[in-house]
Design a binder for this molecule. Sequence first.
Ligand SMILES: Nc1ncnc2c1ncn2[C@@H]1O[C@H](COP(=O)(O)OP(=O)(O)O)[C@@H](O)[C@H]1O
Ligand SMILES: [Mg+2]
Length: 239
Amino acid sequence: MPILEGEGVTKHFGGLAAVSSVDFKVDEGEVVGLIGPNGAGKTTLFNLISGALAPQEGTIRLNGQDITGSSPHKICRMGLARTFQSVKVFPNIPVPANVMLGSLFGTPNRVSSADAAGETAELLEFVGLTAVGATPAKDLTLANQKRVEVARALATKPELLLLDELMAGLNHTEIAEALELVARIRERGISILMIEHIMKAIMSACDRIMVLHHGEKIAEGTPQEIAASKKVIEVYLGE
Ligand SMILES: Nc1ncnc2c1ncn2[C@@H]1O[C@H](COP(=O)(O)OP(=O)(O)O)[C@@H](O)[C@H]1O
Ligand SMILES: [Mg+2]
């Protein structure tokens, strides 16, 4: 059964069709890639799924429940978490507190602060941030700030995680580490929808890839099918 399903999802900004009647789905346990040139509508689609924006047309379902136009905190508590293309950590508060906010406010059940602290410690270790201690988030490298965001998202106990360009701006070593982190998140049984520009990364991480161009879905298939698609190659060469 699909964990996420969208039908005819549409969002216009004035005269611009940012997302145009797009159908999509993510099956349970799947890792799906979302690619396309800059301005294709990828982040807008994430905003529509996560409730930051409401679509003008179409339906979005999470675990079979209609979440179209629901608010972000409700959708989060229903099991969907995301990270942001431009990192959104709380800059002046310590790394552990950044993560703990996910446990305290992102889950449907009341969590005691002792339990939240325990989960936070476990997640900091999971993403490889134990050594940074109580450093304010703004003092971390970009790669580590992205790990804080992933840990905070995981603290909300998602069934589906949306990653918006997790690897953008990272060096080779950091990209390899991010890929390994994605693989370990998947091993936890969490489904993933990820936007990424780094083809090698998306090809190795994903079961299936969707391609957006000018707000429309122009291709969908296995990494091999996408890599061989004339339409996709044309779009990227024309960029
Ligand atoms: N809040 C907004 N208001 C107006 N236009 C927007 C807004 N957000 C995105 N856009 C426009 O929608 C299009 C798709 O943007 P975006 O979803 O960020 O693309 P991508 O993530 O694929 O690079 C772009 O032309 C962008 O300028
Ligand atoms: Mg984007």
